[in-house]
Design a protein around this ligand. Structure first.
Ligand code: ADP
Ligand code: MG
Length: 729
């Protein structure tokens, strides 16, 4: 029996694994996290102060203090049955990495003890030669270091194997270049902090720290494990490269917000419980638009922690699914013809005085502050749209962007009618020179025209890649499998840069004798005018928008190899160097790594398509065709052929046509791949893989393969069909 029928026979729709019993969430929340409260219990006053100084103000922790903190963390971890620790980091492969060491060690005289030294907390040297470095580190100089990030608390992972203490770390090369997602993110957050505090201080001298906040919404598919295992494409690429759309897809929209299937529900409660223990503040769960698609979202957090929590969540979901004999698909487009998955990044800026800088205020003064940050954000997106596009570029996200279900590859900003009106007012009524008109604008009009609670008033536009939603922006084009750090690093860096320029321009005007508020209003006006082309309120999925965007000169780069060019322009290099986020060498390396990732992904998919075509699809089709031929021959033998079997003859012909096309395209694609492989230079090679392998062959090959699926006897078809993958669980 084929794997497909085995899987179908075994399939059971109830859950074997029991979901963890519901308790009050507060009773388990963060029980596996070294929280500030726990730190207070396990650390001396001195050590606690040092840790908090680092968490709150980025102060350095000295070695002797680190030793004390390490002891405290170990005491806590051992009280919970932990024997091993690991530096937990986020290399550029896109997943998380860990290498476990035991607390257990031998003294020089052979006595065994358990210890966790300060040095081991602060720094480790994993043998990390196989992680991508983009040429920053030759393999013979494989040393990479992980270094403790005190701003994200240590936690205990106890899923799947023994309990392990995880220390969140950054990953850098011997010479200090960053090799992960976290190190640049921390630098971007710091740059943003400085720039935003400076601008805040125009309005409020008490603000000392500004922290970007992030609330992600994770979409994913869940399917049965045995069916998954019977699909080599899902196993190898995380998406189906063949598969005809089922008679019923998502057209009825009956899955969206519908009741959650029992087995999936058990899985959800289970991974939520694990997440709560790790301090991930999940809040929302629901069905998504496509069958078998779901979403979860937490309460927003400080961006660095939110990024850690999202990568941790993806890991937990994958592990917990195995308990339920389910598989989570985080790929952006696992199934053709039905919606893919994204990860909306809700982003804002919070001050240490408790103000959300992207929420309208109660007074004219706070509203002017809101307007300043709001307009700076729009200007940042306008000036660096190409970089934002690059930050979300990946082989898998290419299948989703612009496919009429996700924001297009054109970056634009949606702000809704209220704020459009406010910006128009400022633009039209603020004079060339300071005058009374400006004063009235400041005192009354800005206040009156911005409703205090925009949240309930903002119109929603689901087709915009970057939408204002009342008190935050929502960056919607991020892919479901992506590490949000990439998008967050770019967004916060471009915001930092824009705010710095803003501050300089305002100061210049003040220097010329302009009143502060008026100076601010004038620069805001300039920004509104210069970033106008990025504002778009209409349907982002429409063809007219593509044309309109072209007229406006907005970039519309559809494929990853070209989108990535934005990373290494002179402008990008200057931006990242100014904000101390990436050196030129680091940027070049990252560009290289992204190109290589793209090449490998397309290469693997190409190989797999050829493999499935040759060993799954053609044999099934040919077998079936032989049966038909046998049947026709038999009919002829008994003299029944004439005029009675036109349809069957026609079927044999149709099978022949598609069989021929599948064979031809497979052979030609292999040739195209060989040619692409011989190209020197990652950029050209990636472009060749895109335009000579993927574009001419993937859809065409699939088309004929899927036609065969529709013709061949169901019992002879080896690959689980869409209707089974999507509707049985
Ligand atoms: P939806 O976009 O589906 O309407 P919500 O608007 O309720 O959902 O929120 C979506 C996400 O935005 C949630 O994860 C929430 O925590 C997050 N969010 C809310 N306020 C902020 C903020 N100030 N900064 C960052 N994220 C936020
Ligand atoms: Mg949303």
């Amino acid at each position: 029996m084929s794997l497909r029928f085995n899987a179908l026979a075994k399939l059971q729709t109830s859950s074997e694994a029991d979901a963890q019993r519901a308790t009050k969430i507060t009773a388990i929340f963060a029980e596996n996290v070294f929280t500030h409260a726990i730190a207070r219990q396990f650390l001396s006053d001195e050590a606690y102060k040092s840790l908090m100084g680092s968490v709150k103000a980025g102060q350095k922790i000295d070695r002797s203090m680190a030793a004390q903190i390490a002891n405290g963390i170990r005491a806590w971890a051992e009280s919970k049955g932990v024997t091993h620790f690991t530096h937990w980091f986020q290399p550029l492969t896109g997943s998380t990495a860990e290498k476990h060491d035991s607390f257990f060690t031998l003294k020089s005289d052979g006595t065994s003890i358990e210890q966790f030294e300060g040095d081991a907390l602060i720094q480790q040297e994993p043998d990390a030669s196989s992680f991508p470095s983009g040429g920053l580190r030759a393999t013979f100089e494989a040393r990479g270091y992980t270094a403790w990030d005190p701003s994200s608390p240590a936690f205990i992972m106890d899923i799947g194997y023994g309990k392990t203490l995880c220390i969140p770390t950054i990953f850098v090369s011997y010479t200090g270049e960053s090799l992960d997602y976290k190190a640049p993110l921390l630098k971007a957050l710091e740059s943003l902090n400085k720039a935003a505090v400076d601008v805040c201080n125009y309005f409020d001298r008490n603000v000392q720290r500004v922290t970007p906040t992030l609330g992600w919404e994770q979409e994913y598919f869940v399917i049965d494990e045995s069916l998954f295992n019977a699909r080599p494409d899902l196993v190898m690429c995380g998406r189906t490269v063949f598969g005809h759309t089922p008679a019923k897809g998502q057209q009825l929209e009956d899955h969206y917000f519908g009741s959650i299937p029992e087995r999936v529900y058990a899985f959800m409660r289970d991974f939520e419980a694990e997440s709560y223990k790790l301090g991930i503040p999940l809040r929302t769960r629901h069905n998504e638009v496509a069958p078998a698609q779901f979403e979860c979202a937490p309460i927003f957090e400080e961006a660095n922690l939110a990024v850690d929590h999202n990568t941790l969540l993806m890991d937990i979901m994958t592990r917990v699914a195995a308990r339920h004999k389910l598989r989570v698909l985080l790929h952006e487009k696992p199934f053709a013809g039905i919606n893919g998955s994204g990860k909306h990044n809700n982003w804002s800026l919070a001050t240490d005085t408790g103000v959300n800088l992207l929420a309208p205020g109660k007074t004219p003064k706070t509203n002017l502050m809101f307007l300043a940050f709001f307009v700076n954000a729009i200007k940042a997106v306008h000036d660096y749209a190409d970089l934002l596009r690059a930050s979300i570029a990946s082989a898998s996200n290419d299948f989703r962007l612009g496919a009429n279900e996700a924001p297009p590859a054109i970056i634009s900003v949606f702000i809704g009618q209220y704020l459009s009106k406010v910006l128009d007012d400022v633009k039209e009524r603020v004079g060339e020179k300071f005058d009374e008109q400006d004063e009235s604008m400041l005192k009354i009009d800005i206040h009156r025209s911005i409703p205090e609670l925009l949240l309930d008033n903002t119109d929603r536009n689901r087709t915009s890649p970057f939408a204002f939603t009342g008190n935050k922006f929502e960056f919607r084009a991020v892919g479901s499998s992506a590490n949000c750090a990439n998008a967050m690093t770019v967004l916060n860096t471009i915001m930092a840069e824009t705010l710095k320029t803003f501050k300089k321009e305002v100061d210049d005007l003040i220097g010329k004798g302009e009143k502060k508020e008026i100076a601010i209003l004038h620069v805001i006006k300039e920004y509104i005018i210069s970033s106008e082309p990025i504002l778009f309120e209409g349907n982002g999925y429409s063809e007219e928008w593509e044309k309109e965007a072209e007229r406006r000169g907005l970039p519309n780069v559809k494929t990853t190899p070209l989108a990535l060019d934005a990373m290494v322009t002179e402008k990008a290099k200057a931006l990242f160097a100014n904000n101390k986020v990436y050196t030129h060498a680091e940027l070049e390396a990252r560009h290289e790594i992204e190109l290589e990732k793209y090449i490998k992904k397309v290469q693997i998919e190409g190989r797999l398509m050829a493999d499935l075509a040759t060993t799954y699809i053609l044999p099934a089709a040919i077998n079936y065709q032989n049966k038909l031929i046998e049947n026709l021959r038999g009919l002829k033998d008994v003299g029944l052929a004439e005029g009675m079997c036109d349809q069957r003859t026609e079927l044999v012909n149709r099978l022949s046509k598609h069989i021929n096309e599948v064979s031809r395209l497979t052979v030609e694609m292999v040739e195209a791949r060989k040619a692409a492989n011989n190209i020197e230079g990652s950029r050209d090679k990636a472009i060749a893989y895109c335009s000579d392998v993927k574009e001419p062959f993937f859809d065409a090959l699939r088309y004929h393969g899927d036609k065969l699926e529709q013709l061949v006897d169901d019992r002879e078809w080896y690959l689980p069909k869409y209707r089974e993958l999507l509707f049985l669980r």
